[in-house]
Design a protein around this ligand. Structure first.
Ligand SMILES: Nc1ncnc2c1ncn2[C@@H]1O[C@H](COP(=O)(O)OP(=O)(O)OP(=O)(O)O)[C@@H](O)[C@H]1O
Ligand SMILES: [Mg+2]
Length: 255
């Protein structure tokens, strides 16, 4: 007889509080998933009360860095589980960095499953929308997350790509995999575009697959200057994303 895993009930209970879960994915590394996740959190926090963030990049968690948090100062607060770290009044984050500081822990498949289940089972969120930053590719982490999320059925995936030829080829491969998995896509977000031609490349690819084009984050020199509190100043450069993202979410949630 297989033993019942008590974390599954805890995880479901914790995730069911969310109106919507938005995993941010890309088969290609370095396209800006983490930066886009942090920026999306700020964009969405203008309309929706509290946004929760989960860094599912277990071996290289960096979302806290973009959000301006120092792992050394992130305190574990236990209260019938573990409370996410407050980024500001409207954003909260759960990351393995909270437990391992700036160290990396290499994980095998079963360990990945355990860490994800453990974190999702103990975290006491307060938001209604959860954004998940994921590592590159379609690895054990993604498969585990997709399995967990299919049981709460409120997730919409956001794919991120740059206009780079290889990134576009990779994202097409990603779309095909996800369509086979029958998951729902919020749309494709472009990043690091420097021209309208760049935007056009991404937009025309999304149309070929009948997926919503969410818009593009421009390439910004010395982007580290926008990390942390300054991220909110970046919003004026991405005003056009707000309506598309909110429209995609509202279509799904029927708000
Ligand atoms: N719009 C942008 N303009 C300029 N630089 C950017 C932009 N977006 C992200 N970057 C930079 O590109 C690098 C990769 O970004 P990021 O870490 O967000 O990508 P990622 O897809 O999460 O990477 P990984 O696959 O390793 O998780 C970082 O140095 C980041 O600061
Ligand atoms: Mg990343």
């Amino acid at each position: 007889m297989t033993a019942i895993d008590p974390r599954i009930a805890g995880m479901k209970r914790n995730l069911e509080r969310f109106k919507l879960i938005l995993p941010v994915m890309s088969p290609k590394g370095g396209v800006g998933k983490t930066f886009a996740t942090a920026l999306l959190a700020h964009i969405l926090s203008r309309k929706y009360e509290c946004i929760s963030l989960f860094d599912a990049d277990l071996t290289n968690p960096t979302l806290h860095v973009v959000l301006g948090l120092n792992a050394k100062n992130m305190k574990i607060i236990e209260e019938r589980g573990v409370k996410p770290v407050k980024v500001n009044e409207r954003l909260e984050l759960m990351s393995l960095a909270l437990f391992v500081d700036e160290y990396s822990i290499p994980l095998r498949g079963k360990d990945v499953e355990n860490v994800i289940k453990e974190l999702l089972a103990v975290t006491r969120w307060s938001g209604r929308i959860l954004l998940i930053d994921t590592p590159p590719g379609f690895s054990d982490t993604h498969l585990e997350l997709l399995k967990i999320l299919s049981s709460v059925s409120k997730s919409l995936i956001i794919l991120v790509t740059t206009p780079n030829y290889i990134a576009l080829k990779s994202i097409e491969r990603g779309i095909k995999i996800l369509l086979l998995e029958s998951v729902k896509l919020a749309g494709i977000l472009g990043n690091m575009c420097v021209s309208t031609e760049d935007e056009f490349k991404i937009e025309s690819m999304t149309h070929r697959y009948g997926i919503m084009y969410l818009g593009c984050i421009p390439y910004v020199d010395r982007i580290e200057n926008y990390f942390g509190l300054n991220l909110a100043n970046m919003l004026k450069h991405v005003e056009h994303l707000y309506n598309n993202i909110v429209k995609s979410i509202d279509n799904f949630t029927g708000v």
